[in-house]
Design a protein around this ligand. Structure first.
Ligand SMILES: *Cc1c(COP(=O)(O)O)cnc(C)c1O
Length: 421
């Protein structure tokens, strides 16, 4: 459920007409709904209410300061994967004790920064990284709180580029090496083992891979405890999928996920950490664009819009589907005709959809790409010298620009000339 609805013949975000935002800020522009963000965060809170838990929002899905602060004020922690995200989480008001640091290649500088600034836990992905973290912690006269990310060798059955829990993926420590790695961790002077971490992939639309992973995790915890390790926390990662297409079976609800967690892991008495990203922000955002031209090709019609793959790369990168809807509500009986929806960038990959059935549209009309709140603005670039796409946050009947569109002067001024030119 989200708060983007047709009302009085036009698409609104909560109490704001999207056309008003397009008028004020220009297009393309991302628009996020506060009520939807908070609703999705609270679904996780409720889903895990029966267990001690912490919801650490995965900032890489959408790291805008205003988005992170909205969630931090509601009580969320953060899952960060770089020094930049760590500092942004702190700037957004996330307490250090609610930040977990994930990622397959943390640098010593990043470890130092987080240890000095305070951190709930590092999710460590290899034994060499563990040794490096121990050295950094000892040099600072402290011990680093750690969970080891274990790769359970479960196929998340999602897109290949976002599957992370198979043994051929680069992530985590293989399950077969887990006991040895915990043995090594216990022997290191700068490491304080807290728990076990997993994250098997993103956009999972089925609970079965989670169930397989959680059962392996429960077995592992029993073994590690028998080996003498105090395992008090289980970080289950993120990955719960969202409905991108209007048709098709909806993915599992957080409540069902929570029930699965309780059933498979609840008896262990651990504090549960989850790191949802996409499920919190995905359907809380749209990308608003304007139709530039309609063009007739050989046997195809192209709808050329002013947003491009640099603004929303998911279709080009993952073959992802986004619903595209007109901002002016189409008449119920409006005939649908197939369009290739494309942007202005000089790449054939700059295609948002092929042969997408759309109601009649004309140059100048506004369209909204739905479910664009996660991995949208966060992955945007200035390719083709297109200024970074701006972002707007709606709350009730107000909206605010939370990242302005850079001017051309700013865009050009970011480069510097060497003394010989
Ligand atoms: C990407 C990622 C997440 C968030 O995944 P979503 O699919 O957005 O929920 C959580 N944890 C880790 C370690 C990740 O890499």
């Amino acid at each position: 459920m989200d708060h983007f609805r047709y009302r009085e013949g036009a698409l609104w975000a909560e109490g704001v007409a999207l056309s008003d935002i397009a008028e004020a800020v220009g297009t393309p522009v991302y628009v996020y709904s506060t009520a939807t963000l908070l609703r999705h965060y609270r679904l996780f809170e409720e889903a895990l209410a029966g267990l001690p838990h912490l919801v650490c929002y995965a900032m890489k899905a959408n790291g805008n300061l205003a988005v992170v602060r909205t969630l931090a004020e509601a009580g969320a922690g953060a899952d960060v994967v770089s020094a930049g995200e760590y500092l942004k989480a702190r700037a957004a008001g996330v307490p250090a004790g609610r930040i977990v640091f994930s990622g397959v290649g943390k640098t010593r500088a990043e470890m130092r920064l987080a240890l000095a600034g305070g951190i709930r836990q590092f999710n460590v992905e290899s034994e060499p990284e563990l040794a490096a973290l121990s050295e950094v912690a000892v040099a600072l006269g402290t011990r680093a709180p750690v969970a080891l990310r274990i790769n359970p060798d479960v196929d998340a059955r999602t897109h290949d580029k976002i599957s992370t829990g198979r043994k051929e993926d680069k992530f985590g420590i293989p399950l077969a090496r887990a006991r040895a790695a915990y043995g090594a961790a216990a022997a290191l002077p700068g490491i304080a083992v807290q728990g076990v971490d997993m994250h098997i992939g993103s956009q999972l639309t089925d609970l079965a891979p989670f169930e397989a992973a959680f059962r392996r995790l429960a077995d592992l915890v029993a073994l590690l405890r028998a080996d003498g390790h105090a395992i008090g926390r289980l970080d289950l990662g993120g990955g719960l999928g969202i409905p991108y297409a209007a048709a098709g079976a909806p993915p599992p609800l957080p409540a069902h996920y929570g029930a699965l967690v309780a059933r498979t892991l609840g008896h262990l008495g651990c504090e549960i950490e989850v790191e949802p990203g996409r499920l919190i922000v995905g359907n809380a955002g749209v990308l608003l664009a304007r139709v530039l031209y309609l063009k007739d090709g050989e046997g195809r019609r192209f709808l050329i819009v002013d947003a491009a793959m640099n603004d929303l790369v998911r279709p080009a990168m993952y073959g992802a589907h986004h619903e595209v809807v007109p901002v002016a509500e189409p008449a119920g009986e409006a005939p649908l005709a197939p369009f290739d929806i494309v942007g202005p960038v000089c790449e054939s990959a700059d295609t948002f959809a092929r042969a997408r059935p759309l109601p009649p549209l004309a140059a100048g009309d506004l369209v909204a790409f739905r479910s664009a709140g996660a991995y949208g603005a966060a992955m945007a670039s200035e390719y083709n010298a297109r200024p970074l796409v701006p972002e707007v946050l709606v709350r009730g009947d107000h909206f605010a620009v939370i990242r302005p569109r850079p001017t051309y002067e700013e865009l050009i001024g970011r480069d510097t000339l060497p003394p010989w030119l």
